[in-house]
Structures are given as structure tokens and as C-alpha cells.
Design a protein around this ligand. Structure first.
Ligand code: PRP
Length: 208
């Protein structure tokens, strides 16, 4: 049985559709219930819905053999897992955004609000720019509006949140998409079923 951690929400449903298309279906998963664990013995899979930012923790610690996590989470937390496949869904970018017309004053420490402190720190330290990180947990776009920060580092998908808050992208840091990841020890023990699954999912990715 392969234990698979899926990110709860819209992305998870899209990803499940790819798994189902690849022959690893588990129809009960889409029933509108509060259940979080589902299995299909015949297909050899057990799925769990977990918070998207927690998928990598389940996989790193072996509670799940494989899972689907955003590249943003992998870059931020650097879990010790294998990244097997880019699923080419959940596409967005990590970007620096600021109030429209913002000009960076290089003589001052730049105040950066973000949920992704490590990504922000790595990005600015590579440029040698002095920054002060203000770590927030959500609604990051408010920070520069209220003067809490100069810029934000956050995920931009459609750009609507930025636009509606009169912010604009000033730099793209890295493109993001969902990745199939595997527990390292689990991969050793279950190489054959995992590789078979990857092979089938790859066909689904090619059809996107
Ligand atoms: C994410 C991100 C932006 C928004 C970007 O927030 O932090 O706020 O989506 O999407 P858009 O470019 O399509 O508007 P999320 O919904 O994950 O909530 P959060 O406030 O907890 O970060």
C-alpha cells in the first residue's frame, strides 16, 4: 500500500484527478465528508488530505510515502525528501511586490514582510542587500499599505490580490508549481510501486 499525502483544497482536487487518471482512483475521496483518510486496496493506495504546508512534514517523517507539495514550501522548509516530478499544476511565482511607484532607497535597510522568510533572506543576501524580515502568516499585502514594511515577498498567481491592493510586482524570484515528493527510506523499500506510479503520472502531466 502506498501512503499518499495530498494538499487539501482546490489544488489537491486537481492533483487527485491526475492520480485517478493514472489508475490510482479512490472515488470516496471526493464525497463531501469530513473524513481525511481514504483507501483503495485494489489500487494499492491510501490517501490523506492534509494542510498544503504540512505535506512535506508527513513525507519527510515517513507518515506518507509520497505527497504533493508546492515548490514554495520545498524552498522554504528544505525538507529532506526526494523531488520526483514537476506536476505542472498549481503554477504561480514567488515575487517581490511593492506599492505602485515604489523606489528602493539603497541607503536604508529594506523592510520585507513575508511568510517565506528563508526564500526572502536567500534572495536578498545573494544580492548583498540589507533587509529586515517581518515574518507574517497571511494577508501579507496589507503590510506595505499600513507602513509595516516597504515590500512583500509572496506568491502571485493571477495578480488580482496585488492589483486590488494597489501593489505591483517589482521582481520575480522563482516560478512555482506542485511537485511529487517521496520519503527517502520509503522510496528504497517501495521503489517499484513508486516508480510505476511516477511513470503513469508523468503521462498525465504530458496531457496538461
Ligand atoms: C495567496 C498569496 C496571495 C494570493 C495570490 O494567498 O499569499 O495573497 O494567494 O493570488 P492571486 O495573485 O491570484 O491574487 P492565500 O490565498 O494562500 O492566503 P494567505 O493570505 O494565507 O497567504
Amino acid at each position: 500500500m502506498l501512503n499518499i499525502a495530498l494538499p487539501k483544497g482546490r489544488l489537491g482536487e486537481k492533483v487527485y484527478a491526475m492520480f485517478a487518471g493514472a489508475g490510482f482512483e479512490c472515488p470516496a475521496l471526493l464525497e463531501n465528508s469530513r473524513k481525511l483518510i481514504f483507501d483503495n486496496e485494489a489500487a494499492g493506495v491510501r490517501y490523506f488530505w492534509v494542510k498544503p504546508s504540512d505535506v512535506a512534514i508527513y513525507v519527510e517523517r515517513g507518515a506518507a510515502d509520497i505527497g504533493v507539495a508546492g515548490k514554495d514550501i520545498l524552498l522554504e522548509y528544505r525538507p529532506d525528501v526526494y523531488e520526483l516530478l514537476d506536476l505542472n499544476v498549481g503554477k504561480c511565482r514567488m515575487a517581490v511586490a511593492a506599492p505602485e511607484g515604489f523606489r528602493d532607497d539603497m541607503n536604508r535597510t529594506l523592510r520585507v514582510a513575508t511568510k517565506f522568510s528563508r526564500i526572502a533572506r536567500d534572495y536578498y543576501s545573494a544580492m548583498g542587500r540589507d533587509i529586515d524580515i517581518i515574518h507574517l502568516n497571511g494577508s501579507i499585502e496589507i503590510a506595505p499599505i499600513l507602513g509595516l514594511s516597504d515590500v512583500i515577498v509572496d506568491i502571485v498567481e493571477t495578480g488580482t490580490t496585488l492589483r486590488e491592493n494597489h501593489l505591483e510586482v517589482i521582481e520575480t524570484i522563482v516560478p512555482i508549481s506542485a511537485r511529487l515528493v517521496a520519503n527517502k527510506a520509503g522510496f528504497k523499500f517501495k521503489t517499484e510501486p513508486i516508480e510505476r506510479l511516477v511513470q503513469e503520472i508523468r503521462k498525465e502531466v504530458e496531457q496538461i
